[in-house]
Design a protein around this ligand. Sequence first.
Ligand code: WTA
Length: 653
Amino acid sequence: MTDSTAKTIDTLLSEHRTFTPPEEFVAQANVSDPSIYENADADWQGWWASWAEQLQWDQKWDTVLNWNPPYAEWFGGGKLNASVQCLDRHVAAGNGDRVAFYFEGEPGDARALTYSEVLRDVCRIANGLKSLGVEKGDRVAIYMPMVPELAMTLLACSRIGAIFSVVFAGFSPTSLKDRIQDQEAKLVICADACWRRGKILDLKKVVNEAVENCPSVENVVVWRRGGDCVSNAPSSSRDVEWGEVFVKQADECAPVSMDAEDPLFILYTSGTTGKPKGILHTTGGYMTGALATTKLVFDMKPEKDVYWCTADIGWITGHTYIVFGPMANGATQVIYEGAPDFPQQDRFWALIEKYKVSLFYTAPTAIRAFMKWGDEHPAKHDLSSLRLLGSVGEPINPEAWVWYLHHIGGGKCPIVDTWWQTETGSIMITPLPGITTTVPGSATTPFPGVEAKLINEDGSEVVGAGGGYLALTRPWPSMLRGLWRDNKRYEETYWSRFPGKYFAGDGAKRDENDFLWVLGRVDDVMNVSGHRLSTMEIESSLVAHEAVAEAAVVGVAHELKGQAPIGFVILRGGYEASPELEQELRAFVGKEIGGLARPDRITFTPELPKTRSGKIMRRLLRDVAEGKEIGDVTTLADPTVLKGLQAEFVKQG
Ligand code: WTA
């Protein structure tokens, strides 16, 4: 039954070995002259300064960059306010009536908010924050679902100089508590509830549990989403209603003029140890990177585009490419609260049709789910408004890339595969859609002004084609300024492996055309008989087989080879797990990549352990495959998946 699908993907792959931006796209592109790269390289500080100049400064900087590795000061002496970039200057320019957000709740409730309305609401929230005693430099922890009020809360904090820290509203009470305690937040802002797959989730309960042992928290502000349908857990005397403190306030609030290097936010991300790292971003440089990359990578034309980034604001992608980048550019965007498969698996495509979305940014894991759900869902909708597609978060396998181009992009939309990290603040490696002839699976080249190199184990540089550790070798404005109160870990994690160079923790290869292929985290790279193999490469090969919907591969300890690849596979509908199919898949990989890459065994499973942001937790799969005690599972979307997986692994062994 899926033969035709497999053939289609094969045909698409052979038709799209490269993709050249169509003439009509190039003709209207924000940049189409490749000399932008040389010019930016020739004077990279001047290049970034030219972007900073497009922001509205209260006071201009004295120096573009002071670089005392690994500590950077960008635009020192300059003063500005982040919320002004995103709001006031658009209203002042006469664009106050432009829609900032088209919000769609999962149950179908919808509202549109203009830039003037958002500015007014942000000022009210900012005044409310002040009334609760929040001052410049205080930390505010935020635990909210995907609603405009979340974006507005970030902007309101930045307006008064409070440092915000969003915790994805899917994290457990313990994770939330750890983050609140680490930053000693004075205030927590949360929602009572949110909708997910037709059910109301009680967020307030999580917050109540989290703040029990957080003496720094003076108040908890509760925004009401659930209305009557949520049974509120008993509130404490610290609780205050959003409607009381954030709405009944003056419509104006003077923005605080911040130093370029004043902190804007802390965002926690997982590291190699159990303790999350509090990534610190500051104001002027971060805004510069967000403004420039949004405009060039997404070819954004704020006066006519409708942009939709499906990430949650709880992750860096939402910070930079929902709140600060698009809003600094004055974009109109869609914010959707719920699941992509509710009420049906075509919800995203229905939204694109409804709002005439032109720029769409999502993750490979979502794209693979869409592929699995079937081509008929996007086919039901008019997606002709789309003119550019983006991908972020993990390497995108060529099969998913060509499916995305064909079934979503109508074969005509350039795809920007964007590599970056919470730490980098903005996109670092990416095509420019009006310039780059792309190759499915490659994030192509560094953004203008950015320098990326591949480094060998011994610290020497990889010259020409080859593989190595990905490092950024010049400072850039939106780089992290450190880890919250932990300079030692900052220096050790990023700057000690290859002194003077930013070590990204990813492996990558460079092809003959100088294109970069990010292969994944270094800990996902295995060494089989002295050969470096990417788990991703083997996974890509497995999903190229017609029977496979999704695959995860880990390198497990092996007596002779050092490490051996072990696969976990979700089959497409219509295929049955069998020892014959296992042999067939192993042989298939052997044929595609080489005998070395052939998995020693493959376990069929209905589900894979994933984080809430959709990343496969390979560390846990390795534990299963090595028969070890399972490590920390608190970041899993569904911890019960592992039990079933362990049972299958033993049964099929
Ligand atoms: C991975 C998300 C390949 C990479 C913005 C990186 C990618 C980590 C890509 C950062 C991409 C992100 N191709 N890999 N286009 N984008 N990654 O901090 O391993 O959540 O180090 O930031 O995701 O994840 P983070």
